[in-house]
Ligand binder design. Structure first.
Ligand code: COA
Ligand code: AMP
Length: 636
């Protein structure tokens, strides 16, 4: 027991009540909890039962009452519209309270769902906080999803109101959001459709409004009265965030109020080592969990200034934009995905653009969302001269399972490792029989229950799927669905997913969902979609289709069609751009597609001939097909 991390970690596991009650003292409660950890309804553990809290109060009003009203809460930096707009805590609270009034005027009450489909503009953050203010449950949907995905979420969440904007802006084009929204509402079940939609009109694209249903954001704000914070139970849901599951049906990850405020506020200091008044920037999107936890909630709970960046790491206008934002707003801590750094490194390999900016405020870079490759780690370390911290987490967990907790104790970095379990995360590695493996051996990464506060208590309206997806395979543990190992120094290594999830540019996608779409094509008899290595995006999906007997159409035309189908049904974010026709798929004798082997062939890596393969010549056919589309032997 030699360092503060060991002490904190041990206490969090042995005395979770004491550990998290202490963290909770830092937050505002209308009524204190009766129980810190409530295990009366296992496996549904709850935190801070009996407590009454308001998330928006903790994010905004609390700081105003503690003298931070004039400090910047949010800086909106949008290179794509050439705008910088700053909101003090008082200004952000006032706008939020007014929009909460708008929602109330539209009939939104505590527990009602509000779906938010918006680009990275302040109105997205205001909408989220306004929901929290009145106890409504928000569900933000990422803008890169197609109407069909949006409809799936509408059907599941049954929102009373949807908040959207006329458009989003990608590097070279405007994405009209409203037609996608209208289409999604049209596609959704009649009993799930929203009563009203609030639309923020952006100057570059005016959305047409549907009379009686659609309300203009500005008009609604003009006539609304500000609404006060409504105390809610600590265990009430704050938001639902849909994430890819192993089928086309996304999982609605639920986050509660109390545990979320406590864990995120604590994590800002313990993990990121930032204090009130510091400037924190998570370059992600509010549609992802990183955006929820670390663009909106975490930094505001802590009293930081958060940056809302509507741009890309490259092309808006160049690979120096991250350095411009850091120097202009005196950012202390940046959190993004390794893909962003790979994109910057590709455009500016020597980091020439860094030299144009004063980065003296900058203290640490955190990366997550996908594996951090050693090249990117070393490049960032050498070019920036600050600690570069890999940390591992998931939509479900809400905050890092493993990290180098800079606010507790900084460990030396080991390449390929997100360091050690953060306090609260009792991480183990087990074999398929749920037995611990030896140190250094690969197995399933699982977390002994209960999970710490801030992690998912269940899936929206689907306790059974929660149990089946996460708790059933390894009794007593939460299954992360990542495989990896823990070394002799206690460092964790996250190697690969054990399901069909892939990470494309830090975006989580299900290859199973893509396969469902390919299989829908009338000429396709069988198909497989796999994640193969990509220099920029980490992984990209590649499809293989076996055609029905007798189909003699042009293969290229069929491939174009399946690619278009994925784009239309999942959205451009799937980055599904490559597929090929094959005669058959390699399978085991029991009929399982040999995904791991195909992946290795695609990545031009050594592979062992699987013992269970029916006909080995099929692998030669796969290699040929993959070479033809730029993988296998065609890959450098
Ligand atoms: N709304 C609409 N479309 C969107 C979108 C949004 N919010 N976000 C992405 N898209 C579209 C893109 O325009 C692109 O469309 P295209 O196929 O027509 O070109 C497609 O979805 C894929 O987007 P993306 O994976 O982001 O690739 P890209 O080539 O546009 O950009 C990077 C590459 C590296 C610049 C970009 O992926 C990036 O900034 N990554 C950083 C990682 C990150 O923020 N991850 C979030 C989780 S932490
Ligand atoms: P998401 O739910 O989108 O955050 O994706 C979670 C998944 O991304 C995890 O289960 C991992 O597979 C992967 N992931 C996230 N962070 C890391 C990391 N630091 N190292 C390796 N994989 C990661």
């Amino acid at each position: 027991m030699t360092n503060p991390y060991d002490i904190a970690f041990k206490r969090s596991i042995e005395d979770p009540d004491g550990f998290w009650a202490e963290a909770a003292q830092d937050c505002h409660w209308y009524k204190p909890w009766d129980k810190v950890l409530d295990d009366s309804n296992k496996p549904f553990y709850r935190w801070f039962t009996g407590g009454q809290i308001n998330t928006c109060y903790n994010a905004l009003d609390f700081h105003i009452e503690n003298g931070r009203g004039d400090q910047h809460a949010l800086i909106y930096d949008s290179p794509v519209t050439d705008t910088i707009k700053k909101y003090t805590y008082s200004e952000l609270r006032d706008e939020t309270a007014r929009f909460a009034g708008v929602l109330q005027d539209l009939g939104v009450e505590k527990g009602d769902r509000v779906l938010i489909y918006m680009p990275m503009i302040p109105q997205a953050v205001i909408s989220m906080l306004a929901c929290a203010r009145i106890g409504a449950v928000h569900s933000v949907v990422f803008g890169g999803f197609a109407a069909n995905e949006l409809a799936t979420r509408i059907n599941d969440a049954k929102p009373k109101v949807i908040v959207s904007a006329s458009c989003g802006i990608e590097v070279a084009r405007i994405i009209a959001y409203k037609p996608l929204l209208d289409e999604a509402i049209e596609m959704s079940a009649a009993d799930a459709r929203p009563r009203r939609c609030v639309i923020f009109q952006r100057p570059m694209e005016t959305a047409s409004m549907i009379d009686g249903r659609d309300v203009d954001w500005n008009d609604a704000m003009d006539s609304a009265q500000p609404a006060d914070c409504v105390p809610v139970a600590a265990t009430d849901p704050l938001y639902i965030l849909y994430t890819s599951g192993t089928t086309g049906e996304p999982k609605g990850v639920v986050r509660d109020h109390g545990g979320h405020v406590v864990a995120l506020k604590w994590s800002m200091k313990a993990i990121y080592n930032v204090d009130a008044g510091d400037v924190y920037w998570a370059a992600s999107d509010v549609g992802w969990v990183v955006g929820h936890s670390y663009i909106v909630y975490g930094p505001l709970f802590r009293g930081c200034t958060t940056i809302l960046f509507e741009g890309k790491p490259v092309g808006t206008p160049d690979a120096g934009v991250f350095w411009r934002v850091i120097s202009e707003h005196k950012v202390n801590c940046l959190f993004t995905a390794p893909t962003a750094f790979r994109a910057i490194k590709r455009e500016d390999p020597n980091g020439e653009l860094i030299k144009d900016y004063d980065l003296s405020s900058f203290k640490a870079l955190f990366l997550a969302g996908e594996r951090l490759d050693p090249d990117t780690l070393k490049w960032a370390e050498s070019k920036l001269g600050v600690p570069v911290i890999d940390h591992w987490w998931q939509t479900e967990t809400g905050w890092a399972i493993c990290a180098n907790c800079l606010g507790i104790h900084q460990f030396p970095v080991k390449e390929g490792s997100p360091t050690k379990p953060a306090p609260g995360w009792n991480l183990h590695v087990v074999d398929p029989d749920n037995q611990p493996v030896k140190t250094g051996e690969i197995g399933a990464l699982v977390v002994k229950l209960p999970l710490p506060p801030g992690s998912l208590p269940t899936l929206w309206n689907n306790d059974q799927r929660y149990i089946e997806s996460y708790l059933e395979e390894f009794p007593g543990y939460y299954k992360t669905a990542d495989a990896g190992f823990i070394d002799e120094d206690g460092y964790a290594f996250v190697m690969t997913r054990t399901d069909d999830i892939i990470n494309v540019a830090g975006h989580r996608l299900s290859t199973g969902a893509m396969e469902e779409i390919l299989a829908d094509h009338p000429d396709v008899a069988e198909c497989a979609v796999l994640g193969v290595e990509d220099e920029l995006k980490g992984q990209v999906p590649v499809g293989f289709v076996v055609l029905n007997a007798g189909v003699d159409r042009d293969h290229d035309a069929i491939i174009k069609e399946v690619i278009q189908m994925v784009r239309e049904r999942i959205g451009p974010v799937a980055s599904f751009k490559t597929a090929t026709v094959v005669k058959r798929l390699p399978k085991t004798r029991s009929g399982k597609i040999l995904r791991g082997t195909i992946q290795k062939i695609a990545d031009n890596k050594e592979y062992k001939m699987p013992a269970t393969i029916d006909d080995p010549t099929i692998l030669e056919e796969m290699e040929e097909a993959l070479t033809g589309i730029g993988y296998a032997r065609a890959k450098k």
